[in-house]
Structure formats: structure tokens, C-alpha cells
Design a protein around this ligand. Sequence first.
Ligand code: ADQ
Length: 451
Amino acid sequence: MPKARGAAGAQGGLAGALNSALKKYGGLWFGWSGQESDDRTGNINLQRNDGVTTATIDLSKRDVDEYYNGYANSTLWPLFHYRLDLTEYERETGKGYERVNERFAECVTPLIEEDDLVWVHDYHLLPLGERLRSRGLKNRIGFFLHIPWPPTRLFVSLPFHERLVRTMLEYDLIGFQTGEWLESFLHYCRKELGAEVDDATGTVTLEGRTTVARAYPIGIDWDHFQDQGNTGEARQAAQRLLSSTRRRIAMIGVDRLDYSKGLPERIDGIGRFFDQNPGRVRDLVYIQVAPPSREDVESYQKIRNLLEQKTGQINGARSEVDLVPIRYVNRGYSHAELYGFFNASKIGLVTPLRDGMNLVAKEYVAAQNPEDPGVLILSRFAGAAQQLGDAVLVNPHSPDDLSHAIRVALDMPLEERKARYEAMIGTIRDDNVQDWTRRFCDDLAAAGDQT
Ligand code: ADQ
């Protein structure tokens, strides 16, 4: 198959997934280096690591402020996670977003060869395909959105929403995580743009041009994650956690420190559980691993403070000399260590208020011992809930619902835990990231033939 050329705006859950895809298919990864510099000479930094070639450029401080912290993470991210209350609408950052997308297009165009597939990733780069087309690129160009697509009534609050979606219709193929986000996108195209939409095939036709939109739920890198689980590092991590919790049951949450992940609401739910079941405080220890993220954005500083405050309140009220009910760890761990922690935790708590997919939910289940698996408590508003209906599903906004789910999970008999695990593990193993990549790339390669 032709080489795939990827482009992505920033690191996150998707970086690991795409790395493994590129290793398999070859090709080149293009994006922002993550560095700030005022070097405008257009230097592209080419590197080859572990079989993957990356081409990156630096951005100026102004570009980072307006494009990355501004429009991408203070406008699109909150809006696409249904948080109108946190969404900022600034014309200047919108211009910065367009300017940086144009710069990316200018830098990547000379690297693209005639038979390449071009695969653009995520909300940082919605207009990139149109910018590439304006430079005469005739290649197949696909786009995948890793986060939700909001309902039309929310999306139209974005100034120039129509212009943004029209640029997206220059892609040959647009992928979403779930059928729900896909439906919202198709609804918008029909209602607001007056496009001709065929729901069965996902084709959207506007002014003579046709784009295909489909759902491609992303999965984990199953083989790699299992390999990590077989390392001494994973075993040591599991042992460390077990010996430090002694006879208490460990319940774990692992999330980027982001308001979409529902962390303060989760802590409220745990507090409610302790209030309603005071005799069980000694049974349970909750471990929250949450490395800081996007620290230059104000709403992220606020969420961090709020979480520290809530955790402190519960620990202040419930701790004993030999017992701290909530351990809050503000750092990242390797995948091997996470595997070990998940494996040693009898409950996995994944309760985002809104999430495109959520790979942690899949990793938690993948790390369980089939003979004695733990219980996944999962928000019904995570994309992953569409595939993992056998988790204990919860409404993350309701402390009572969370409290009830924790009690159900603590008391769940082994047979039921096994049955739920077995109902979920097949899709987590088989619908993995390699399968996701293959399905998207095959459809992209064929997209022009169908339209
Ligand atoms: P994220 O919002 O980053 O991703 P998620 O899908 O959970 O969320 O992926 C996070 C990844 O980072 C997982 O592989 C996890 O193990 C790792 N991670 C999280 N916390 C960590 C920690 N403390 N230490 C080390 N690793 C940690 C975005 C979207 C999601 C979508 C993914 C992939 O927001 O909805 O599932 O992209 O498409």
C-alpha cells in the first residue's frame, strides 16, 4: 500500500497509537515539535527513531498562545466536550488557528509524494486538508477526530462554524470515534449547510463534491500492552501497590488532569460512598493518577486546585494514623507500571463527563487476570461505553450513582465479574489499534472510488 503520511497537532492519547501504526505501514509523521522558537526560516527537523520518520517544526510563542492554548484548547476542546461555559470566542485566536494550519500546509506539502495517503489527526488541524488542496494536492486525504463532535445546537455557537465545516468537506474520508458523534456531524451538514446526506453510507454531497464520514472506534495496542504486562517492571508495580494497600481493596483512576475527565465529580462520588457506608472506609483505598496537562490554560489550573481541595477535604475528614482513603499522584507512569497498577486494582474508575473514546477503560480491562478480574466502572458519556456495555455504567454527574456503583463493584461475586470481563475482552483484543488503522487506511484508499 502507499505510504501513509500522518499529521497531528500535539501529543496525547493518540501519539502512542499512531506510533505503532506508522511502524507497521512506514511513512512519515508530521507535526508540531512541542517547542517554541521564533525561527521563521521554515526549518523542518527530520528524525528517524525506531523505524518511524518524524518531521516537525517549532512554533513561535504567539502561535502557541493563539493556536494551541487559544483556539484549539480554549475554544474547540471545551466546545466539543459540551462545555459552553468554558468556551472562549476570540477572533484573534481564530486567526492564529488559520495561520498555523496554513504554515503546516506550506511545510508539509513538499514532503508529500504522489501516491501517498495523507491522514490528518484531530481538532488542531480541522482545516488542514483544505489548505493542502489549495496548494494543488490531489492525494487521498483523510481526517480522524479523536474527540466528540458536539450536537448542532452547541456547535452553531462557534463563530464561522459554517466556514470550518466547509473546509472539512475537502477531505475524502472523515472518521469519528462513535456513531453518536458521526450522527451529530451528519445532522449539522444536512441542517446547516443544506448538504445531501446519505445516512446509510455516510456520504455528504455539497456543491458537487462528496465526502464519506464513518465511525472508526479506536482501540489499544493489545500486543504491546500485553508485552508490557509481562515485564518485571509491571510485576514490581503491582507488588508495590498491593503491599502498600495491605488488606484493603485498591480502586484506581488514571487520567490526564482535564476537566472533561470528571475528576472533581468522581471525588464527590467517592465522598458520598464514604458518607453512606462509613463502616467501609477501611475496606477501600482510592488511587488517582493524574499528570498535569495544558498548564498554560486557566481552566486547567482551576481544575487542579479544585481537585486538590476536594481530595484534601475527604482525607482530612476520613484519615486515621494508619489510613489515607485517597492517594492523589500528580505524575505520569510508564505503560508497564500502569499495567501493574491496573492488575492489582479490583476496581477501575473511568468517569469522564464526555470523552471521544477513552483508552484507559480498555487498558484497565486488558490488564485484568481472567480468573479473578476486577470491575470497570465506566461513564455512559465516554465513547468507550458504546463498546463496553458490560462495564458498570454510571452517570458521572450523580454522586449517588457513583456511590452505588462502587458498592455494587465491591460486592460483585466472582462469577459475575468473570462474565462481564469475558463479554468485554474480545472487542478490546480484536478491535485494536492496528485493526483501526487498517480499516481507516483501506477505506481512505478506496474513498475516491466510491464517490
Ligand atoms: P486522551 O484524552 O489523552 O486522548 P485517553 O484515551 O484516556 O485520553 O488516552 C490516554 C492515554 O494516556 C492512555 O494510553 C493512558 O494509559 C495514558 N495515560 C493517561 N494518564 C496517564 C498517566 N498518569 N501516566 C501515563 N500514561 C497515562 C484523546 C481523546 C480520547 C481518545 C484518545 C485516542 O480525548 O477520548 O480515546 O485521544 O483517540
